[in-house]
Design a protein around this ligand. Structure first.
Ligand code: SAH
Length: 471
């Protein structure tokens, strides 16, 4: 599939700066599903065109360990349009190959990145479920002039009618980052399929990439619904989120790296289920969720009768507000309301409110603490709060090589201060048990890969004289 982007802004070759790709060079990028090539079919001062050619490896696609094998029908492995059409693969390629341009960054021409310039995008082949009508309804409100040529299913058999495949031209005067963002979100929307698991993290992507335009778009609902693969609860959350998007963005909890997303695993769901199971097994009735974020674990714990009291604590007011909304706290029956408490607090300070609970969950939090503050956290939790059970998870850095969108040396999230290997985590945990009188067992969470283990690592600490042992 081919995406061409042209401009007539003079000097047009500045497009090379905006895309961070030199007009005189052809460059190739390896992606897990194939290769992306960038080159310039024309590059003059009056007009410049950059092309992104995506060469999807159809065999590798079928052989991927978590591939889309036989998903839809028996011949799916053999008869598939995926290698030839613009789909979520193209979105991933845009994010990888044009990442700076997508986020509107340009070291050499910062002013130009901020300027609306005449741009034209040509896409072949673009599948549009919903036809030309939907294509127009999506792009025209954003200011695009749309031209579309539809293909027949087979010109030799005109009776078969039209296919859902188009060659599409979109013209607009806008910033390059806007054009790329619109393509990035709307291509999978038109295609109405995704090659990877869609979970909560996709909501983050939508809010992040859609904040300037999606909140006002007349097709907002169908965009969100299709983008989230028609999953009702996600769509509901995303729309609620977009509606409150005018609130100032914070980076604290809401940015989830693509690396976690593009893996076809339900990692977040698996993690929450595993932590819930561990808490249940501990026999705990009154539990803390430390660094509860937007309250995903709390929502899950609430469905378990065993937990009579669930207390979520987070340093971020905004996260707590979202948690409250997601829990539909105001609409909960009194009995349920009584089970939940949310309050703002920091794990960097001793806090009397944390004392006296049976168990504490600390899910994907410690890596957000500055290493020098970790010692304080240890005392706050294990010495002062001192619950009988602590269920703690953190990323396993060894697994990062498995994430397709993660550059070597990068951590999984902008706010992570560190990520540990299994050895580092276990040494830390064992040292904690020795100092505070706990025992510990370790469990991997998520699919285990050879030599690098699982994406998430979990430790279950038990207070030595608590009399309860996790098996
Ligand atoms: N446990 C949640 C959120 C993980 S993100 C989940 O699994 O979805 C990490 C969370 O830790 C964020 O919500 C962040 O605000 C919170 N956090 C970071 N530092 C903290 C601190 N010192 N005290 C309390 N919470 C903190």
């Amino acid at each position: 599939m081919l995406l061409k982007i042209s401009t007539t802004y003079a000097p047009a070759t500045d497009l090379g700066y905006l895309l961070h790709k030199h007009p005189e060079r052809m460059q190739s990028f390896a992606l897990t599903f194939g290769k992306a090539h960038v080159f310039y079919p024309e590059a003059h001062a009056e007009k410049c065109t950059a092309a992104l050619l995506l060469d999807v490896d159809s065999v590798a696609l079928v052989r991927r360990p978590h591939g889309r094998s036989a998903e839809n029908f028996a011949l799916a492995q053999y008869v598939s349009d995926r290698p030839y059409v613009a789909s979520s693969f193209l979105s991933v390629a845009i994010a990888r190959v044009f990442s700076s341009a997508l986020s509107g960054k340009c070291k050499d021409r910062p002013q130009l990145a901020e300027t609306a310039i005449p741009l034209k995008a040509e896409l072949s082949i673009l599948p549009c479920r919903g036809g030309e009508k939907l294509l127009r309804r999506l792009f025209e409100p954003l200011g695009y002039t749309v031209a579309a040529a539809q293909y027949m299913l087979d010109p030799q058999f005109p009776d078969w009618g039209q296919s859902r495949y188009f060659t599409v031209t979109l013209e607009n005067t806008c910033r390059l980052s806007e054009l790329l963002t619109h393509l990035y979100i709307l291509i999978p929307v038109l295609d109405d399929e995704k090659h990877y698991w869609v979970g909560d993290a996709e909501i983050e992507k939508l809010s992040r990439h859609g904040e300037d335009w999606l909140t006002e778009h007349p097709e907002q609902e169908s965009i969100v619904r299709r983008y989230l693969k028609h999953q009702r609860h996600l769509t509901h959350d995303a729309l609620a989120r977009l509606r409150e998007e005018d609130a100032q963005e914070t980076d604290e909890t809401v940015q989830v790296e693509e690396a976690q997303v593009e893996e076809r695993m339900h990692l977040n769901e698996i993690r929450l289920a595993t932590v819930t199971a561990a808490l249940k097994q501990s026999g705990a009735k009154r539990v803390l969720d430390l660094g509860c974020g937007e309250g995903k674990l709390i929502r899950k714990l609430l469905t378990e009768k065993q937990f009579e009291e669930i207390v979520g604590i987070d340093v971020s007011h905004r996260a707590l507000k979202i948690a409250q909304e997601r829990l539909h706290y105001d609409r909960l029956p009194e009995k349920q309301k009584k089970r939940i408490h949310l309050f703002q607090g920091s794990l960097g300070y001793r806090d009397k409110r944390l004392a006296g609970y049976d168990a504490a969950a600390v899910v994907e939090v410690i890596e957000h603490l500055d290493l020098p503050r970790l010692a304080t956290f240890e005392r706050v939790l294990f010495e002062f709060a001192c619950p009988q059970t602590v269920v703690l998870t953190t990323p396993n850095i060894e697994y990062n090589v498995k994430f397709e969108n993660l550059q070597a040396q990068n951590l999984r999230h902008k706010d992570h201060r560190f990520e540990w290997t299994r050895d580092e985590f276990q040494s830390w945990a064992i040292e904690v048990t020795e100092r505070f009188g706990y025992t510990v067992v370790f469990h991997p969470i998520g699919p285990e890969a050879e030599n690098v283990g699982s994406p998430t690592q979990m430790a279950i600490f038990t207070l030595e004289d608590s009399g309860r042992q996790i098996t």
